[in-house]
Design a binder for this molecule. Structure first.
Ligand SMILES: [Zn+2]
Length: 477
């Protein structure tokens, strides 16, 4: 690799896809999706490609159009005394494309001076330059120039980016506990600015990172498939595809979500959480953002239609009954829901996807939210201390979204959430109601999902440097 005056880390060719950190860009119009790789050994802070949530959302949509080995991404960073011209040249941008870049950056995009630490990426497919991205240091976004095959610029813009994202894969082996295995093998080396756990704050960050992964696995993805108290054995293996984010300018990594997971039992058998990005269900308003859900291999949903309860923890302080002595009113009255006592301010979750139909003060219920989940079901949450920000009547919320906080407003003797459920307009007991599973994938969605599953696993194997496990028997039989 040649380093020329003032530039560092010029990279002619992604050396190996085996250790690659995945990225992508979604080229509007051309519908070309691209992978971008850097080795994990680079210093903390450099392996952060930019990408919108939307762009990431289109990752799996586009995976099957990707031919990773046709890509060549050349990157370069400005060193002491560097210039824009030198930066372009060291990424292999030459001839008419070079002059187009210089004039577009300066005249059209207003990027008139480069500074130490600014970076440039040039994306080639089979030696043809597709796109150039320039990232001034400490900014949230990048300049992008896209090219037509004849070398003229087809488009240029500033792409703001809320944060940087990356996807990485890890493989864990359970020794004593899932927690221990996450600590040992899943915490990213650049979690903290120094890459080391040296201060109290660092260790708090590490604990919360580990806790989030464990919580995602135990309480969300595999909540219905694995009993993390009884089923976990030494020798179990967990495969994860993790999405992490970092705000430009900060050098701390945070977990965004688990994209995919596989849990292989030492005693035999496995269970999987396979991602599918798709339109939210039919009750969501038009134009709602693409959502991510997880499925089994055959397209069955990993989740049930509703969570078991609307708070992360809590004690049932009053059960559903058709008649009880009301603690405040002092006479017998039906209790149409379940009360969960929890500390003031505890988060309250929407138990299922739906539309907020009520959000405000409602007599004895105090601050209340009601959600319509389908033509059949409706849920209500009373006595809230306050509501989650940026929601209103008509907002579409997803299962697990925070809708408010535990309080004691209305007719209430202490902090709790009154949780009730109606089926076809009639109160039912949420504790005994047999809840339907969330909708499976069907038709075109299922076809697309199965196509993407193959691409996902191939990509995952490349990123992990080893074949990811798949179930031995066809689950559809
Ligand atoms: Zn109640």
């Amino acid at each position: 690799m040649m380093l020329s005056g003032g530039y560092s880390s010029a990279e002619r060719r992604v050396p190996t896809y085996a250790r690659m950190v995945l990225i992508l860009l979604f080229l509007a119009g051309a519908v070309v999706t691209v992978f971008f790789g850097r080795t994990r050994t680079e210093p903390a802070g450099s392996a952060w490609p930019s990408g919108h949530r939307e762009v990431l959302g289109s990752l799996l949509d586009s995976l099957n159009t990707v031919l990773a080995d046709t890509l060549d991404i050349r990157t370069s960073a400005v060193g002491e005394g560097g210039t824009l011209g030198g930066l372009l040249f060291s990424c292999g941008v030459e001839g008419s494309r070079y002059s187009t870049c210089v004039s577009t950056f300066i005249d059209s995009l207003g990027w008139t001076s480069v500074h130490v630490g600014d970076t440039l990426e040039a994306v080639f497919v089979r030696e043809t330059l597709l796109e150039v991205r320039a990232r001034p240091r400490r900014t949230r976004g990048y300049y992008r120039i896209s090219f037509l095959p004849d070398g003229s610029a087809s488009d240029w813009c500033w792409v703001p980016s809320e944060r940087w994202s990356r996807i990485r894969t890890v493989e864990l082996e359970v020794s004593s506990s899932v927690w221990e295995s996450i600590v040992e093998a899943a915490v990213p080396s650049d979690l903290t600015p120094t890459g080391l756990i040296v201060t109290h704050r660092d260790s708090v960050r590490e604990i919360s990172y580990v806790k989030e992964i464990e919580n995602e696995l135990a309480n969300r993805l595999f909540a219905y498939d694995i009993d993390f108290y009884h089923d976990v054995q030494p020798g179990d293996r967990i495969w994860l595809m993790i999405e992490e984010t970092r705000y430009p300018g900060s050098s701390e990594t945070s977990l965004r979500r688990i994209i995919a997971a596989k849990y292989v039992f030492a005693l035999g058998g496995m269970t999987e959480a396979i991602p599918f990005f798709h339109q939210p269900d039919s009750i969501a308003p038009d134009g709602s953002a693409i959502v991510l859900d997880h499925y089994h291999r055959d397209g069955a949903s990993l989740r049930t239609m509703f969570l078991k309860m609307p708070v992360p923890f809590g004690r049932i302080s009053s059960v559903f009954s058709t008649s009880r002595m009301h603690p405040v009113l002092g006479y017998s009255r039906a209790h149409t829901g379940i009360d969960y006592a929890a500390p003031l301010g505890t988060e309250i979750y929407a138990v299922g996807d739906g539309i907020i139909t009520v959000r405000g003060v409602c007599g004895g219920y105090g601050n209340m939210v009601r959600i319509r989940h389908s033509n059949t079901y409706e849920t209500g949450y009373g006595h809230m201390n306050g509501f989650a920000p940026s929601q209103e009547v008509g907002s579409y919320v997803r299962q697990g979204d925070i809708i408010g906080y535990v309080g004691s407003t209305g007719l209430s003797t202490g902090p709790h959430v009154h949780f009730e459920m109606k089926k076809n307009g009639v109160y039912v007991n949420p504790a005994t109601e047999i809840l339907p599973p969330a909708d499976p994938l069907e038709g075109e969605d299922l076809e697309l999902y199965l196509d993407q599953l193959a691409v996902l696993e191939r990509t995952w194997s490349i990123m992990s440097d080893v074949e990811v496990p798949v179930p031995e028997t066809d689950p559809q039989e």
